[in-house]
Design a protein. Sequence first.
Lengths: 324, 530
Amino acid sequence: MGEDFLLIILTFDATIRVSVPLILAALAGLIVERSGVIDIGLEGKMLAAAFAAAAAAYATNSAWLGLGAGIVASVLLALLHGFACITHRGNQIVSGVAINILVSGLTVLLGISWFSLGGQTPPLTGDARFKSLTFPGAEAVRDIPVLGPIYSELLSGHNILVYLAFLTVPMVWWLVYRTRFGLRLRATGENPAAVDTAGISVIRMRYLALILCGILCGIAGSYFSTGHGAGFLREMTAGKGFIALAAMIFGKWRPVPVLFACLLFGFLDAIAIRLQGVELPLIGEMPVQFIQALPYILTVVLLAGFIGRAIAPKASGVPYVKEH
Amino acid sequence: MTVAGGATSSGTGHPAPAIQLRGINKRFSPVHANRDVNLVVPAGTIHGIVGENGAGKSTLMSILYGFYQADSGVIEVGGQVCPINSPEDALAAGIGMVHQHFMLVDVFSVLENILLGAEGGPLLAPGMAAARKEIARLEADYGLEVDPDALVGDLAVGLRQRVELLKALYRGANILILDEPTGVLTPQEADRLFEILRAMRDRGVTVILITHKLQEIMAITDNVSVMRAGQMVAHRETAQTTREELAELMVGRKVLLRVEKSVAAPGDALLRADGLSLIDAAKVTRLDGVSLDLRAGEIVGIAGVTGNGQSELLEVLSGILPPSRGRFTVHDRAIDQDHPCTPEEMRDLNLAHVPEDRQRMGMISAFAAWETAILGYHCDPAYTGPILLKTNAIIDDTDGKMARFDVRPADPQLTSDSFSGGNQQKLVLAREIERQPDILLVGQPTRGVDIGAIEFIHQQLIDMRDAGCAVLLVSVELEEILSLSDRILVMFEGRIVGEVAAADADARIIGLMMANAHEKAETEGAAAHG
């Protein structure tokens, strides 16, 4: 029993680790879509942040400065998206896709020109990475059955960004449902004309939402290269920005359901890693490719049939123009 | 010039007017929407602004509310010059506005909607508690009952309008602008609204009422200003004027308000519906056992508040949707769910349809007028060869239609959306009527159409009837139904709840039927007559 239990704990532990960027990015998407802007560029913002964080952390040997650089890069891209589709009422999907493509190329280009490592940054060590925090007494309780491993493996031993990501969920919930900003944010995504006539600037609300989105994506991206990994690899976000969008829809634009959607997708990812090379009864060894595709297949299945009607904020994706 | 303190200061002598506009100009590139407009609204009065669509009423009010900025001109509130550059400025100056299309968030509660923009602090909870008390007070003062926790999307239109009124009052508005407030209301709801507006006036609130319905102006306003083509053409005391004078001022020429028509001589029933029901994709019953006969040479009017199944009835009868239950016959062709009939086949049966929403179903905005003029009949050999359209023939044909129906400007090459609402409607009517149908279905023939064109369109419908056509007229304008129809059916929640012959039609009784409250009313009515 001990072995199996530990295996389960370790799978959950991995789930938490891979869910972190999903949670942050999905909440980022939630905030902007609640304001009526579709942001398909979550992926690009995370990738840019991952690169900026790794490069800055390598140059300064500080993970915190890396995080700052990641956030700045991501917020700048968010503002670019805003400039294109709020100020100039451009197509939000096109702008998002453009940002994704731009970042995908630019990170590799800058990586090669600065570090000459084929698009990667040099491996980060020491203070250039966020270290795991060990909770007090984690070692001492490790051998207590059930609760011991839960405390020392599952709860303890993550870096600070992991805890921050989980804290972000109640914070976003509180912001969206309990504050003036949240009321205005939700109204902007549903009926911007009502917001405008109430004397509130729709453009300002949408830019604020995009800045928040940029900050969250910046943290998520920094986590890839300075928390979860140790350095930047080309395309290291690997479509997580799109999975986060799926989780946001799956969670119907509500923070707590979005958290669970992210954990589910993270769990599928974690299982996929575990199952590689494992002999299953009857089936035999599963092909690696199939296991890797599993989260995406399930994403499609879940989105196609299992969530019921997902109603997006009504004004989502529609540039605001005063009617004449 | 005296400078008064507040907008409602009613001190000695002449209190400053609540609103004074001087020399307001506004251009939207080609259109001079407001031209040197002057307006004085005395404090504590109900002031009507009338004008045709496109006369510039809404633009003027949007400028006063800070939604647009005037190119030039001065706004004075309570005697003081008050630059209004945003709705925020207007709200600060005590000006509130109820827009024609409600500015409400459907997924929010009434309370949240009222709070939006006046939250009273960065956190919601304290503001909500305070707002509940204040709303209770306003409800009691003005008779504006509404449940603060109800979801706005679930409320009836009349109640949503109350939420808008509460929103303005909650922000402390003492000048209230209402843009076409009764367009979506039953006559009874409109009466209720007027009571509320009078209560507001009695408490010192100044009300500006924008409308194109002259009977409302006569019923409730103290003063009235008339706009035409962007200019203010007249100011009158309501008691000193008449509907006829106002209509003439609006249009710039004499207008017949009542349609002249002879008694109908109905022939055979050309269209018979028997128990038509329609259940939509969301399993909502839109039509519920509708039966009716439509005879040659009569106009049957369908009265009802928007959204009670009239649109669906038109869509079923025109072949756009098959009925879920029941059947109807057009001439000898029987149509039910298993034997649907496409709109194209309907046209072959000599049934024509002028849709309610011409922008969405009657025309294609980006198409040239000559293209719009043949939509649906584009396969007619007169218009098309085996492959190519006979463009020249179509353009000639459209020229003729435009001349006969007085479509202005008479240029078939202009895109459909460059015509005014009335001219678009005349073009669509020309397309359908000139096929000389036996059965004509017409939805909202004069929605967004100016008075001059209304007169023309009404005459066309009467002419069709006199030529032996069976006309089904759906309209939310009760006056239109009353003046055109030979028989009136009233719809409520997908059912026909009453039938009245035109001769004994009474707007009040029909209004009650529209709210499905007529049984009580009939007894009252009988008592009143007896």
